[in-house]
Design a protein around this ligand. Structure first.
Ligand code: PGA
Length: 240
């Protein structure tokens, strides 16, 4: 069985001093983890984190990557730049990027493609809003979001990580029930199976108010292969 992957998403939080304290405490408390661990941090801190996590079990992650290779794209960071800092993962299509930065399914798909081309593992985020869930459109929405990424990436799809994050559960303290989460994960798994004979290798993470109290139950579900943890990743004992 593959190891679970627990990825922290710091979002726009941190400072040089706070990051150092947080990472050193995590490393001190972590021992040899039974799961894979990643931290997705603001890009200005990648150099700091590269030094802090060097040689440890923590894999470095970014929160976004440009869909472009190089050139006149002010404010963007390319996959090749991320690789220079030993970055292994990058979030792609987080709902906050879709919502506040107008990222479409097509943009998200090409970001995933660029990440793979640069040797990064894209953690592709999908998830429905509350209005979409209430309208009975959850499956339709997440399948459409994932289909765009599958279409753009063909057989490389087995190299991605998928994160199911119901938008209504992000930062709200409202977690999807284990049944709700498992149900959507199973839908995503079968969609991946239809696209690749390696679908069992793909980690499908749950995200949205995952915390120390609910993680074990969510992670016990057959199709939940890990977590994408926001708020709780900033608190050492909770993340540990
Ligand atoms: P949360 O965030 O754990 O604070 O809900 C998860 C995420 O947005 O990745």
């Amino acid at each position: 069985m593959k190891k679970k992957l627990i990825a922290g998403n710091w979002k726009m939080n941190g400072s040089l001093a706070a990051n150092e304290t947080l990472v050193k405490s995590l490393l001190a408390g972590m021992g040899t983890p039974a799961c894979q661990v990643a931290l997705c941090v603001p890009s200005v801190y990648l150099a700091q984190l590269q030094a802090l996590v060097a040689g440890s079990a923590i894999g470095l992650g970014a929160q976004d990557v440009s869909a472009h290779d190089v050139g006149a794209f002010t404010g963007e960071v390319s996959g090749a730049m991320l690789r220079e800092f030993d970055v292994r993962y990058t979030l792609v299509g987080h709902s906050e990027r879709r919502q506040y930065h107008g990222e479409t399914d097509a943009v998200v798909a090409s970001k995933a493609q660029r990440a793979l081309a640069c040797g990064l593992t894209p953690i592709v985020c999908v998830g429905e809003t509350l209005a979409e869930r209430e309208a009975g459109k959850t499956e339709e929405v997440v399948k459409r979001q994932l289909a765009a990424v599958i279409h753009a990436n063909g057989h490389c799809i087995s190299e991605i990580v998928v994160a199911y994050e119901p938008v209504w559960a992000i930062g709200t303290g409202k977690t999807a029930t284990t049944e709700q989460a498992q149900q959507v994960h199973a839908v995503l798994r079968s969609q991946l199976h239809a696209a690749s004979n390696q679908a069992d290798r793909i980690h499908i993470l749950y995200g949205g108010s995952m915390n120390a109290a609910n993680a074990a139950q969510l992670l016990a579900q057959p199709d939940i292969d890990g977590g994408l943890v926001g708020g709780a990743s900033l608190k050492v004992p909770d993340f540990l």
